[in-house]
Each structure stands twice: as C-alpha cells, then as structure tokens.
Design a protein around this ligand. Structure first.
Ligand SMILES: *Cc1c(COP(=O)(O)O)cnc(C)c1O
Length: 396
C-alpha cells in the first residue's frame, strides 16, 4: 500500500508553486485556483506581506509554549476582539479544535452556573464542524460517524430553516445552538437573516448560548468580516480557522466575557495553539483583510460571480439546477455527478471543490479580479459544451 493512509481520494496533480490566484505544476502548467485550499488561501498564493512576516518571525522565535506570554498572540487576540462581538480568544491549530473549544466553553459555562445537566447542543443536518470525535457528533453526518462509535453524546439535529422544529428540540438539557451561517461542505447553503435572528431570539428566550461556526464563511469571504454581520445578530461563541492563517495552521474560538470567564487555568490548553510563528502570520493576514477596500472588493467580486453564475444557469438549464451561496462562497447545484465534473474542470485547468447535494463549490481567493471570474466561467461553460458534445456523440 501507499505509505500514506488512504483517507483521501486524491487527484494525481501535485503543485510546485503558487502565485496569486494560480497554482503551477512542476512542468509549469498553470491552474486557476477556485478552491483556495478549501477557503484557506484567502490572499491567494505567495502574498508578499504575509511571506515577509513569516520569514521575519522565523528568524526570531517560532515556538515557546503557552506557559509564557506570547506578544504576537496577544496582539492578534486584541485585534479580533476589537473587530467583533467577542471579548476573549483561544487559539488553536485547526478548525475542529476551535469547535472543540466552543463545545467545552458552552458546557463549562452551564456547569459553573450550577446547571451540570445542561450540556446538549442543537446542531443541523447538512452541517460540517470537523473530524474529531466530538465534531463528527456535532456534524451528525452518518457517513462520518459510521464505524467510530460510540458517538459522543450531547448533540441533537434538525434541518435548518424551521425555527419551530428547533424550539421543539429544546428541553432542560439544552445549552446551545451551533450553526454555520453559510453551510460550506454540506452544500453551500446560506441561512436567511431572519432565521439567524430567530435562533438568536430562541437562545435569549431559553437562556441558551448561540455558537456560530464561521470557519469557512468567515474572515471576509461573504463580503463582511464575518457572515453573521449580514443578519445583524451576534453569537456568544464563534469559531474561526481556514483563512485566519492564510495557509498556516491556525484557528480560534472567540467568546463574550460572560462566557469566556468560565475557562480558567486548567480547563483547556494546546501545545502549539497560537504560537509566535502562527500568530505573526495571523497578524499579517489580518493586516491585509483589514486594509482599506479589501472587504468591499470581496463584496463586489461576489456580485460579479453571482451574476455570471446566473447567466450560466440560464444558458445551461440542463446542467445547472440552482445557484447558491453568498459573496465568494458560491455553490452551483448541477446534474452531472459533481466529483466527475470537478475532475473534468481540472482538465480545463480550473480547480474547484465538490460539496454536498451534488453542488460545485467555488471558493476563489478573496483577491480574485473580474477577469479571473470570467476566465473561470468560460472554463465551466467549455466543460458543459464538452458534455453536450459527448451526449450528442453517444446518441448517434
Ligand atoms: C473546515 C471546517 C471545519 C474543520 O476545520 P479543520 O481545520 O479541518 O479541522 C469546521 N467547520 C467548518 C464550517 C469548516 O468548513
């Protein structure tokens, strides 16, 4: 067998270098990257400011452990607190660890308030929260929990969109609601603003915590710093990862003071989480995301992308059944099997990614320009034309 676990259905492609919105194989073939390492490379590849920050920090100190103060970490936390609902941050190396921290924080909050039996979290079908034992339980996707039982208890699920169905699940054990404002992996479903407002109201009514998982939809991708800003509501706890490190492993769990203060010394920890190297990169990424006009550019490009996808849907109704998403997290529900179609797009030198419900997921770097979007649309149209030609040939 291969020296690697066979956990990934990998393509044969390997890239040697990247530049902006493009990746290049060893023989110099360029690919337009609308995958962005699955919403990680928000600044594309080789952003000069981030590369310089990484190199500069590499010459100073990489890692010291959280036994010591880490100025780069404090700085990044202060900046995140200043730009969000949150008062405190816990840094992790990945998204799943950020969700683990969110779950622990919610449970510990009620434990500290004398409600030990209040530990259940309502989550949603079609969601994705990571691959650890607790986060596969939170995601509730049977394909990810099968064979890994016993499944971590304390999670209940319902389909998103129906507030009454959520309220029907609430009992004296319920402590929180956990939701992605835009479901990524599950099929690129943006939650309506009114629904997120309704969840906030339910949490307030029942004294529960609202947890937003913004690991994929946050950090500028929807055209706001965080996707929940569109709805005008704030959570009590929020998870962030993917784009926060621009490709360097980094994640974060953010919370209000009221909630975060239950996480005292000894309750949680991480060896690497928020080390100097990761946080130096994180600060440089944030410099770029918060630079004037950056997020406005994302919003504008999101509109361009949505317009083009509608055109594509009109031109190829036999292949496109629905266009979804928000800003630069876009989903195109298609009729051909999506994994095969993603492979076909690779032949056209376009990288995209599949999502649930046979959705083609487009996650361009946030630095994408109009001409890159047009180029991607042309490649998708060419792939549809090719399918048409193959169908015609088969019919002869
Ligand atoms: C990717 C993702 C995760 C898991 O992140 P990892 O870094 O792979 O652990 C969790 N939640 C959402 C919404 C994600 O998109």
């Amino acid at each position: 067998m291969s020296a690697l676990y066979g956990t990934y259905a990998r393509s044969e492609l390997a890239f040697e270098r990247g530049e902006g919105v493009r990746l290049f194989t060893g023989d110099g073939t360029g690919y337009l990257d609308f995958n962005s390492g699955i919403a990680v490379n928000a600044l594309g590849h080789g952003d000069a400011h981030v590369v310089a920050a990484l190199k500069a920090q590499a010459d100073k100190v990489w890692h010291v452990s959280n036994i010591f103060r880490i100025p780069e970490q404090e700085k990044l936390a202060e900046r995140l607190v200043a730009s969000t609902f949150a008062d405190a941050v816990f840094f992790t190396n990945s998204g799943a660890e950020a969700v683990e921290c969110a779950i622990k924080t919610a449970r510990r909050y009620f434990y500290d308030n004398g409600e030990k039996d209040r530990y259940e979290i309502i989550a949603f079908t079609g969601s994705f929260h990571g691959r650890t034992m607790a986060t596969i339980a939170a995601g509730g996707n049977p394909g990810y929990t099968e064979g890994f039982g016993p499944v971590v208890p304390g999670f209940k699920h319902t389909a998103p969109g129906d507030l009454a169905a959520v309220e029907a699940l609430i009992d004296d054990k319920t402590c929180a609601i956990l939701i992605e404002p835009v479901q990524g992996e599950g099929g690129v479903t943006a939650m309506p603003d009114a629904y997120l407002k309704g969840l906030r109201a339910l949490c307030d009514k029942h004294g529960m915590l609202l947890i937003f998982d913004e690991i994929q939809c946050g950090y500028g991708r929807t055209g706001k710093f965080f996707a929940h800003e569109w709805a005008g509501v704030t959570p009590d706890i929020m998870t962030v990862a993917k784009a926060i490190g621009g490709g360097f492993p980094l994640g974060a769990c953010l919370a209000t003071e009221e909630v975060a203060k239950c996480m005292v010394p000894g309750t949680h920890g991480s060896t690497y989480g928020g080390n100097p190297l990761a946080c130096a990169v994180g600060n440089a990424v944030l410099d770029r995301i918060q630079s004037p006009g950056f997020i406005e550019h994302v919003e504008e490009m999101g509109k361009v992308l949505a317009w083009h996808l509608q055109q594509l849907a009109q031109k190829y109704p036999q292949y496109v059944t629905e266009v979804r998403g928000k800003g630069l997290i876009a989903g195109v529900r298609i009729t051909p099997p999506v994994r095969d179609f993603v492979a076909r797009l690779r032949n056209h030198k376009l990288l995209a990614v599949a999502a649930g419900e046979n959705v083609l997921r487009l996650l361009p770097p946030l630095i994408v320009e109009k001409e890159h979007i047009e180029e991607a649309m042309e490649k998708i149209a060419n792939a549809f034309e090719e399918l048409d030609a193959e169908t015609a040939n088969a019919a002869q």
